[in-house]
Write a protein that binds this ligand. Structure first.
Ligand code: COA
Length: 161
């Protein structure tokens, strides 16, 4: 039987946005299974604790079979190996993302040559989106309905009060 193709989609997801969810749904069409890897990433000083960031994604992807969500705090390549994933998916929104992503991709390849990085383009409507922008808009009482899933919106609203 053919080996299952498993991909990892990593990020800080503080919080998950519709742009991230768009990439997840697109990736699901290409792989047998997708693992969303939520980085603890304390150096980014996340607004939401890791458990909540994981739960937001689980709640928003309940309809997607073959998608699992895990927190991680080790090297991404080690996480991928532990989950038998051979591909790392990253979203590329604009040229400005490219240099940093290329560096990370090459660094990861230098650790494990067998793991490929695959860059995916989000829908145009999400190409300007970032978690920081979402937080800034929401915390100033702006409308983020079109940018994040409903539970994230509700939680941000509570925080802005
Ligand atoms: N839609 C909307 N926003 C998107 C997006 C998309 N499709 N893709 C990325 N973004 C945004 C994020 O929201 C985030 O925005 P913010 O900075 O305003 O919050 C930004 O792009 C960066 O995303 P982030 O999730 O923080 O990813 P990153 O590129 O900084 O990498 C890890 C995070 C977890 C992949 C990386 O730190 C890592 O691999 N850590 C593990 C340790 C390791 O292996 N290090 C060696 C790497 S060489």
């Amino acid at each position: 039987m053919a080996k299952k193709k498993i991909a990892v989609y990593p990020g800080t997801f503080d919080p998950v946005t519709n742009g991230h969810l768009d990439i997840m749904r697109r990736s699901m069409c290409l792989f047998d299974a997708l693992i969303v890897a939520v980085a603890l990433n304390p150096k980014k000083n996340p607004l939401f604790p890791i458990e909540e960031r994981v739960k937001f994604i689980k709640d928003a992807t309940r309809d997607l079979e073959n998608l699992e969500v895990f927190a991680f705090d080790n090297l991404l390549v080690d996480f991928a190996q532990n989950h038998k994933a051979s591909v790392i998916i990253k979203g590329l929104r604009a040229v400005s993302d490219f240099e940093y992503e290329l560096q990370m991709g090459l660094m990861n390849r230098s650790i494990d040559q067998k793991i490929e990085t695959l860059f995916m383009i989000p829908s145009q409507e999400y190409s300007f989106l970032s978690s920081s922008f979402v937080k800034e808009i929401a915390l100033h009482n702006g409308n983020v309905s079109k940018l994040v899933p409903q539970p994230v919106k509700a939680r941000l609203k509570k925080l802005s009060k």
